[in-house]
Design a protein around this ligand. Structure first.
Ligand code: GTP
Ligand code: MG
Length: 138
């Protein structure tokens, strides 16, 4: 089975939405096989989002991700990467389909409640960034 890295972002943790977002994952058939609440530094956020370094919103994104705790988690299931991105909805909540996490909870294109890996290679890298093998209990 496939695994993907999910992050519940500061806009959602500060509004106490972790449980409601986790219910969306579980209702979609995704299993939370690892999870922890952590405070990222801006430097750590920058390292995680290094792929976006040249984008105009990079600095704002790193500030935001370090502004309050995040919940990092590993989701497992058949086609977990695509399934998670379906449940998340479009990056901009204005474009997100009804019933998706971003349609229901996101505040803006930047403060959009969740992150999800976009491909098998990035999923493996992102999981290893936050979790050791011992922490993954399927
Ligand atoms: P992630 O799952 O978080 O990677 O979202 P995504 O794959 O739907 O979007 P993308 O990888 O293109 O962008 C990464 C993150 O950067 C987004 O989730 C947003 O938080 C942020 N972001 C993207 N576009 C903008 C923007 O135009 N302005 C701001 N402030 N942030 C943006
Ligand atoms: Mg992305």
């Amino acid at each position: 089975v496939e695994r993907t890295l999910s992050i519940i972002k500061p806009d959602a943790t500060t509004r106490n939405l972790t449980g409601k977002i986790n219910a969306k994952f579980e209702d979609a058939g995704l299993r939370i096989v690892a999870q922890k609440r952590i405070q990222l530094t801006k430097a750590q956020a920058g390292e995680f989002y290094a792929v976006h370094k040249e984008r105009p919103f990079y600095d704002e994104l790193c500030e935001f991700m370090a502004s309050a705790p995040v919940v990092v988690q590993v989701l497992e299931g058949e086609g977990a990467i695509a399934k998670n991105r379906d449940v998340m909805g479009a990056t901009n909540p204005a474009d997100a389909a009804a019933g998706t996490i971003r349609a229901e909870f996101a505040e803006s294109v930047g403060e959009n409640s969740v992150h999800g890996s976009d491909a098998p290679e990035t999923a493996a890298e992102e999981i290893a960034y936050f979790f050791s093998g011992l922490e993954l209990v399927g």
